[in-house]
Write a protein that binds this ligand. Structure first.
Ligand code: SAH
Length: 348
């Protein structure tokens, strides 16, 4: 399906059925977007931490290897990654893990055929799944998700003079545009936030709750850990965080669906709640900059710069981009789950 086919399908559906809830618009647009292109890198729409420096994936690999070793090196553990992009993080992490002779089977949860092909070049022994629930049951899992949850669709509830209504997408002469529609949904808003000012917005992501719930209950049953890294906040909280990014710049959220990356900030408060409810230990969230520094990013930068002096400037710039509070250091957060029988992880 082409980009214009998707826009036409959405327009027809809105003409027939009325405004489309944002959550459906975002789900359909992102499924098309990821299925039809590689969005990453200088030539694409956005750059992620593993694409900035190999050090990012390596430190995640060290974190996993350390935890696995202290858990008694269970031989049936699997490496699982959600939304692995180009496979760069996994490749760097697994290389670091091999240093302690940890070479787990690889399970990748990825819906995009384009990205699956790129991942297969780097991770030829991987197994691919459309859904986390398809990851084989049995041994403990070491799960990584970097910039995965932000791509899952959100619902937005907006306060007006009378109550809370859902944000939907209409279609008219000016193209796609946001409209408030449907019944009063005040009952869905946490009581402490119900009396917010008119114009306030609250976001919820049923998809995030479902995926996080599935992995949390798996960890509780079979052991292991999960590391979630993303931009986000600790909710419940008010805020409209929906954004569209195209060619490294913010773009119109509603225009040209399926051609730009639609994301929302991740509610780490909700993730933590899900982990605790499943009986897991929850660590963080902490800021990405602090986490990477406590994992030894400074020492790793120095070691690589010593081995390759011509890359020194580039390595220092990468460290700064990943950790500086005005870059990715503060907005990005790191949260871990560990099962009760596993040791406490490093760097929290
Ligand atoms: N983790 C990578 C890529 C982040 S982009 C990195 O840090 O570079 C988001 C990734 O999640 C892409 O691989 C995308 O195809 C995948 N993805 C998005 N929605 C998904 C879904 N519903 N199920 C599985 N994968 C999804």
């Amino acid at each position: 399906m082409s980009d214009t086919d998707l826009a036409e399908r959405f327009a027809r559906e809105i003409a027939a059925e009325g405004p489309m809830p944002l959550v459906r618009f975002m789900a359909g647009a992102n499924a098309h977007y990821y299925a039809t292109r590689d969005p990453l890198g200088a030539e694409g729409d956005f750059v992620t931490a593993p694409e900035i420096s190999q050090m990012f994936g390596e430190l995640i690999g060290l974190w996993l290897a350390d935890l696995w070793t202290r858990a008694g090196s269970p031989q049936n553990a699997h490496y699982v990654e959600l939304g692995p992009g180009r496979g760069t993080l996994a490749e760097d992490a697994l290389r670091a893990m091999r240093a302690v002779r940890f070479e787990p089977p690889i399970d990748l949860v990825e819906t995009s055929p384009v990205l699956r092909r790129m991942q297969a070049e780097r991770l030829p022994t991987g197994l691919w799944h459309d859904d986390f629930d398809e990851v084989p049951k049995g041994g403990p899992l070491l799960i990584v998700a970097n910039e995965f949850f932000d791509a899952l669709p959100v619902r937005q509830l907006c306060r007006d003079e009378n109550g809370w209504r859902e944000l939907s997408v209409g279609y008219g002469d000016e193209g796609f545009a946001p409209v408030m529609s449907g019944p009063d949904l005040t009952a869905l808003v946490p009581p402490a936030l119900r009396d917010a000012e008119p114009g306030s917005v609250i976001e919820t992501s049923a998809a995030t709750t479902a995926v996080a719930g599935a992995l949390a209950s798996r960890l509780a049953e079979h052991g292991g850990a999960a590391l979630v890294i993303d931009y986000g906040y600790e909710g419940p909280a008010l805020g409209d965080t929906l954004q569209a990014v195209s060619r490294h710049a913010y773009a119109d959220i509603f225009a040209a669906p399926g051609t730009r990356d639609l994301t929302a900030h991740v509610d780490f408060g909700e993730l933590a709640r899900i982990g605790r409810e499943a009986g897991l230990q929850v660590h963080g969230p902490v800021e990405q900059g602090m986490w990477l520094e406590s994992m030894g990013l400074g020492a790793r930068t120095a070691a690589l710069a010593k081995a390759a002096p011509h890359c020194r400037e580039e390595l220092i710039a990468a460290r700064d981009r990943l950790t500086n509070p005005t870059e990715m250091g503060r907005l990005f957060k790191v949260l871990a789950f560990t099962s009760q029988s596993w040791p406490d992880p490093a760097a929290f």
